[in-house]
Write a protein that binds this ligand. Structure first.
Ligand code: HEM
Ligand code: HEM
Length: 204
């Protein structure tokens, strides 16, 4: 099933979610490590990887959002309180926003830096700079915004992951399973229940 339906996520939504999630978490780790390494040759290459993967996230998130707009949204499983519902919507909304705003602020860092180091996405495409002021102050502003947003989103993503694990191991509902591709089990038809059939037989 490619598309979502009222109960389950389709393959395309699931692939978008997991591919972007892995690259996003990797980007936070890569970003953290690359600005702290003392090996400058390695740092240059890590920066190029970081920028390329960031643009890939931007592209995939655009496609993901379009796909989401033309697909039904599976309803939440029963037994989820209003507060949980609101928290889930807020976290998902924030994470969607982060998928666009973080790469854009990263692009702003590269564009406003007086060093003007060109960005070659995966050594294939030259990404032009954004039309922004170029100065040390501008670079410092965008760097701080980029880093704060990235680490804030890491906190929200951690809460999101813990919530998914809570649903799976504590509440034992289908929230995580359906993002892993599980379909809602078919309801058991009364005549397929052997116990009911046996009881019926002894009564007649
Ligand atoms: C979702 C995608 C991205 C995430 C999660 C992310 C995350 C991060 C993190 C955690 C850091 C380290 C911040 C610090 O400790 O100072 C960082 C640094 C950086 N990122 Fe990103 N980033 C993303 C996309 C991008 C993109 C698309 C670009 C550029 C085109 C970019 C350019 C940079 C640069 C230049 C730095 C170094 C800033 C400095 O000089 O300290 N990032 N990023
Ligand atoms: C191990 C890591 C992760 C797990 C276990 C996980 C789990 C889940 C689950 C179970 C859902 C479905 C919730 C529902 O049906 O209401 C979901 C949705 C979502 N997740 Fe994650 N997630 C992970 C990582 C991430 C990351 C890193 C991001 C951020 C970039 C993210 C962004 C989202 C968004 C935006 C949705 C809403 C999807 C939609 O309704 O269109 N997830 N996640």
């Amino acid at each position: 099933m490619l598309r979502n339906d009222a109960e389950s996520y389709g393959v395309v939504t699931i692939l978008f979610h997991w591919i972007i999630a892995v690259i996003f978490l990797g980007q936070i780790l890569l970003g953290y490590l690359m600005v702290r390494t003392g090996n400058y040759a390695l740092q240059f290459s890590l920066f190029q990887w970081h920028k390329s993967l960031g643009f890939l996230i931007l592209l995939l998130s655009g496609l993901r959002l379009l796909w989401r707009m033309v697909n039904p949204r599976p309803r939440m499983p029963d037994g989820i309180s209003r507060i949980e519902r609101a928290a889930a919507h807020a976290a998902h909304g924030f994470l969607y926003l982060a998928l666009f705003v973080i790469p854009l602020t990263g692009w702003a860092v590269a564009s406003s830096s007086p060093l003007q180091i060109p960005t070659y996405a995966f050594n294939l495409v030259v990404i032009p700079p954004l039309p922004l002021a170029i100065s040390d102050q501008a670079e410092a502003f965008w760097t701080m915004s980029h880093a704060w947003l990235a680490y804030l989103s890491a906190i929200v993503a951690t809460a999101h992951i813990l919530a998914a694990l809570h649903h799976h191991f504590w509440k034992r509902d289908a929230v995580l399973l359906r993002m892993l591709g599980a379909r809602r089990p078919a309801p058991v038809r009364p005549h397929a229940d052997p116990l009911r059939i046996a009881n019926k037989d002894t009564r007649s």
